[in-house]
Ligand binder design. Structure first.
Ligand code: PLP
Length: 394
């Protein structure tokens, strides 16, 4: 940024998927492939059983994506036109799924330290709400029992967007068994990757059965469909990748947690850079290592930091910015709860977040180099902002 050679001349990518070995995938796929069973067959059943054991839940229904899983659960738990209350600090798909299922999203605040749904703010916006949705942000559990307790007060169901959280634990208990259902993603940037895919975990046998019908057009077997379902089946090809990824999951999680610990230890000494807080008894998957940049202490704002990191060859993402309520797709939506629609905490967090590179096969020492670069950017903050100010360019 200030003229020296970049820290990563060949670029440090934000992310590379943790792929299982191709040989293992083809060996796993072969029996189904040879029989001509290409979708929703033996490997999908095996994946559902393995995931149910791992998550300690009675039912797992595999679907084509987390988005379709969220759509099908919302369709099952709400009626057309119902309101679903959810955080704005989440990925757009949380809200899109509600819209596709015929529900109307309403947004609540996030906590500025944990980045999770602010349950107290949600409580104020519950009037007329039919479904409460919360995301386990960046793979850290979102205090799910507090979300469940709030929903129980109004007698409404709870859906967790667990896209980031396969392998996370809340005080020792696996994420997956909370609420009416939890939906995981297996798209390439997620921790348990299958290429594409989703897993719905639930304790409710009737909901599980409805989802099995829903992923197959709503067809009970005789083509006399019971409701407007989807094609949300998971293919055997994706299930083969998922099963191999599941075999490697514990090693993968251990590596992610070790990398996150190194980031946290290093960044503790950099003023104005704060990590997402995770409750002490909880284990995050660290799907993302997101930090909040406080310009008043760090000396450079988030966008300035992103530009400086880019100049050093370090690729980042602003997860989650813009927040969902600020996205064009939701521009016309109004909050009918009577509580002001403004979400100042969400805007505050969202405009200050940046996610740093964290992936299983990262080059050794890359974390320490990124931390060093951040410390140097802080040390040279004045010089950098002067250089960026066109009035100061000679
Ligand atoms: C990725 C993601 C989704 C969507 O998952 P797909 O499997 O791509 O449909 C939903 N919610 C969150 C929080 C996500 O990060």
């Amino acid at each position: 940024m200030l003229g020296g050679p970049p820290a990563f001349p060949d670029r440090l990518p934000f992310f590379r998927p943790a792929k299982p070995p191709l040989d293992a995938v083809t060996a796993r796929l072969a029996p189904s492939y040879d029989k001509g069973m290409l979708t929703n067959s033996a490997l999908v059943r095996e994946l559902e059983q393995a995931a149910a054991r791992r998550l300690d839940v009675p039912h797992v229904v595999a679907v084509a994506s987390c988005t379709t899983g969220l759509m099908l659960v919302t369709q099952a738990l709400t009626s057309r036109g119902d309101t679903a209350l959810m955080p704005s600090f989440t990925f757009s798909a949380t809200a899109h799924a509600a819209v596709w299922a015929g529900a109307v999203p309403r947004f609540a605040e996030c906590d500025v330290l944990s980045c999770q749904l602010d349950v107290d703010d949600a409580a104020k916006r519950l009037d007329g709400v039919a479904l409460l949705v919360a995301t386990h942000v960046f793979g850290a559990p979102c205090r799910p029992e507090a979300v469940e307790a709030l929903a129980a007060e109004s007698g409404i169901p709870v859906l967790f967007d667990a896209a980031h959280a396969f392998g996370a634990t809340r005080a020792g208990r696996p994420v997956g068994g909370f609420g009416d259902a939890e939906v995981f993603s297996m798209s390439p940037t997620k921790v348990l990757a299958a290429g594409e895919g989703g897993l719905v975990a639930t304790r409710d046998p009737e909901l599980a059965e409805r989802l099995r019908l829903g992923r197959d057009y709503g067809n009970p077997g005789d083509y006399d469909t019971l409701f407007a379902g989807l094609n949300a089946r998971l293919s055997e090809l994706h299930a083969a990748v998922a099963l191999c990824s599941l075999d490697e999951l514990d090693d993968h999680l251990a590596i992610r947690r070790a990398l996150a610990a190194r980031y946290r230890a290093g960044l503790a000494d950099v003023p104005g850079i704060a990590g997402q807080t995770v409750d002490v008894d909880d284990a995050s998957t660290y799907k993302d290592l997101t930090v909040i940049v406080d310009e008043s202490q760090f000396g450079v704002d988030r966008d300035g930091l992103v530009r400086a990191l880019k100049a050093e060859g370090i690729d980042t993402r602003p997860y989650f910015w813009p927040p969902v309520h600020r996205q064009q797709a939701y521009a016309g939506l109004s909050d009918t709860s009577g509580v002001p629609e403004e979400l100042p905490s969400t805007d505050w967090v969202s405009s200050r977040v940046v996610s740093l590179p964290l992936w299983r096969d990262m080059p050794p020492g890359a974390v320490e180099t990124v931390v060093e670069v951040l410390a140097r950017i802080h040390a040279h903050a004045e010089q950098m902002t002067a250089q960026e100010d066109p009035a100061c360019v000679p």
